[in-house]
Ligand binder design. Structure first.
Ligand code: ADP
Ligand code: MG
Length: 242
């Protein structure tokens, strides 16, 4: 059923690139405020699924609904989602402030809204001291914070994260993971988060979706997958090592 209070519904979604089918029938609903983590081996279709939700890839078959509306043919900018990429994808010529403000400027938001939202994100992310810098003058952790800030200022219904921490060193990754958890507790924005890091998945997820070769193997809370994996594939990804 199409219900406006379900932020994301993925129904029978398939995706082919030429003759190669990379998503072979995915069904999943994400509840309001839920933090869903997608895991699975490289090439199993995690990024493609996120990109279809964001509108960056066409859907070959099936439907994606955001807040109860089918968005299959909606442009990315008209979807109530914001995506954070592994590569940050910042504008190199724009300052931290302008990188964060850009999306709202494009959408012709009032100047006061822009400055309020950017200020709030800046504060939450500790970016105040570097607000006038260019991306090349930032550390990796600061760049990732700007990428998250840019998503936050849009105040979207849904955050999509594609391996946002994988370019950071181990220590910073742990710190950022803790920050992401704290921000989610504060904002409760519905989130779909791709990672290949099992600890990240276990600590962040309300539910984990385990994908394999374009399909879902199992969906459930971290501890359920850990103790009751449905097969050896899920066990290998998430399960108890015993
Ligand atoms: P993951 O994010 O899980 O590593 P992807 O979604 O990036 O996987 O890729 C899934 C499959 O789709 C891979 O086999 C990949 O090579 C293929 N693929 C992704 N994007 C394209 C594209 N634009 N053209 C052709 N094949 C693609
Ligand atoms: Mg990927």
């Amino acid at each position: 059923m199409a219900t406006t209070n379900v932020p994301v519904q993925v129904r029978g979604v398939r995706k082919s690139f030429g003759v190669l089918e990379v998503i072979s029938g995915i069904d999943v609903d994400v509840a309001p405020g839920e933090f869903v983590v997608l895991v699975g081996p490289s090439g199993c279709g995690k990024s493609t699924l996120l990109r279809m939700i964001a509108g960056l890839e066409d859907i070959t078959d099936g439907e994606i609904l955001i807040s109860g509306t089918v968005v299959n043919t909606l442009a990315p900018k008209d979807r109530d989602v914001a995506m954070v990429f592994q590569s940050y994808a910042l504008y190199p010529q724009k300052t931290v402030y302008e990188n964060m403000a850009f999306g709202l400027r494009m959408r012709k938001a009032p100047a006061t809204t822009i400055s309020e939202r950017v200020q709030r994100a800046t504060q939450m992310l500790g970016l105040g001291p570097v607000i006038e810098r260019l991306p090349k003058q930032l550390s990796g952790g600061q760049r990732q914070r700007v990428a998250m800030g840019r998503a936050m200022v849009r105040a979207p219904k849904v955050f999509l994260f594609d391996e946002p921490l994988s370019n950071l060193d181990a220590k910073l990754r742990v710190q950022m993971r803790t920050e992401i958890k704290a921000r989610h507790a504060a904002l409760a924005t519905t989130t779909i988060y791709v990672t290949h890091d099992q600890v990240e998945a276990m600590t962040l997820a309300d539910r984990i979706v385990v994908m394999n070769a374009g399909k879902i193997e199992q969906v459930g809370p971290p501890l359920k997958l850990y103790w009751n994996p449905v097969n050896t594939f899920v066990a290998g990804f998430i399960g108890s090592p015993s």
